[in-house]
Design a protein around this ligand. Structure first.
Ligand SMILES: NC(=O)c1ccc[n+]([C@@H]2O[C@H](COP(=O)([O-])OP(=O)(O)OC[C@H]3O[C@@H](n4cnc5c(N)ncnc54)[C@H](O)[C@@H]3O)[C@@H](O)[C@H]2O)c1
Length: 262
């Protein structure tokens, strides 16, 4: 098998939580599907996941949409059951869902209630979905977990970036994303000998028509001089999902244009 063959995801079943989302979710789903995986996306709106799966299928890929509320344990159990019933196993789990509703406002605007909201999805939910699928991966002796963290899981927000805008920097986001990075290392260490790998991808900011002052500040500070686009994270996702990264576990792959190198 040649080196490029090892990047193939042909025959692999991959779940991308919030994988139909317009930014990183769909980007990762497209990347995995183009590499040959059967891609399942799941979030609260079954309809949008079914629609997205239809779009992927129209492009010649194998894709399916299911429902998931990452903050609801029963919903995770149900998704797990459905996937095992329909596909028999899961090879790749990409945790991309984020309970955005819990990450609003800056330090002064946040409250214990907003923290509880984010904790339910981004802490308990992250644990619960791994808890559901990892035993199956252990049984099959193979699995790749990819957690989508952020530059803000590694460094803090730079408050000067947001000057001249109404954008806020929720501390809960930094909290859950940094926890995710070390939780990934825990999984990697704990399950490495059973064939289950766990890695993080920590992207920088996705270009989403942010206010001009923010864009100027961001692009001036980041070494590559621009924000991320749809393709930027796909290579990392395919790499970590595939056998090309068979000896890589517990890493936090920065896809940040050099944000954290200075
Ligand atoms: N956008 C960025 O600049 C950026 C930068 C670094 C990391 N990230 C990370 O990338 C991931 C995707 O974020 P994004 O910004 O591309 O899209 P986003 O903000 O749209 O991500 C949130 C997604 O999570 C889903 N979601 C929300 N609550 C949910 C719930 N209770 N159950 C299931 N799904 C739920 C939403 O449907 C949505 O698709 C997130 O983990 C985010 O932290 C984003």
């Amino acid at each position: 098998m040649g080196v490029l063959d090892r990047f193939s995801l042909q025959g692999r079943i991959a779940l991308v939580t919030a994988g139909a989302g317009p930014q990183f979710g769909s980007s990762i789903s497209y990347g995995l599907a183009e590499a040959g995986a059967t891609v399942i996306t799941a979030s609260r709106s079954l309809e949008s996941n079914l629609e997205f799966a239809e779009t992927l299928r129209a492009a010649g890929h194998d894709a399916h949409g299911l429902e998931l509320d990452i903050s609801d344990r029963d919903s995770i159990t149900e998704l797990h059951g459905r996937i095992l019933e329909r596909f028999g196993r899961l090879d790749v789990l990409v945790n991309s869902a984020l309970t955005r509703g819990g990450h609003v406002g800056g330090f002064e605007e946040q409250s214990p209630e907003t923290w509880e909201l984010s904790a339910a999805g981004d802490m308990v939910g992250l644990f619960s979905i791994c808890r559901a699928f990892v035993p199956d991966m252990v049984r099959q002796g193979r699995g790749s977990i990819i957690n989508i963290s952020s530059i803000y899981g590694v460094v803090s927000n730079d408050p000067t970036l947001y000057e001249g805008t109404t954008m806020r920097q929720p501390p809960s986001y930094t909290f859950v994303k940094s926890g995710m990075v070390n939780f990934t290392r825990y999984l990697a260490a704990y399950y490495g000998k059973q064939g289950v790998r766990a890695n993080c991808i920590s992207p920088g900011g996705y270009f989403n028509h942010q206010p001009d002052p923010f864009l100027e500040n961001y692009c001036r500070r980041v070494p590559v001089g621009r924000m991320l686009n749809h393709e930027d994270v796909q290579g990392a996702a395919v790499f970590l999902a595939s056998d090309a990264s068979a000896y890589i576990t517990g890493v936090n792959l920065m896809v940040d244009g050099g944000w954290t190198c200075i």
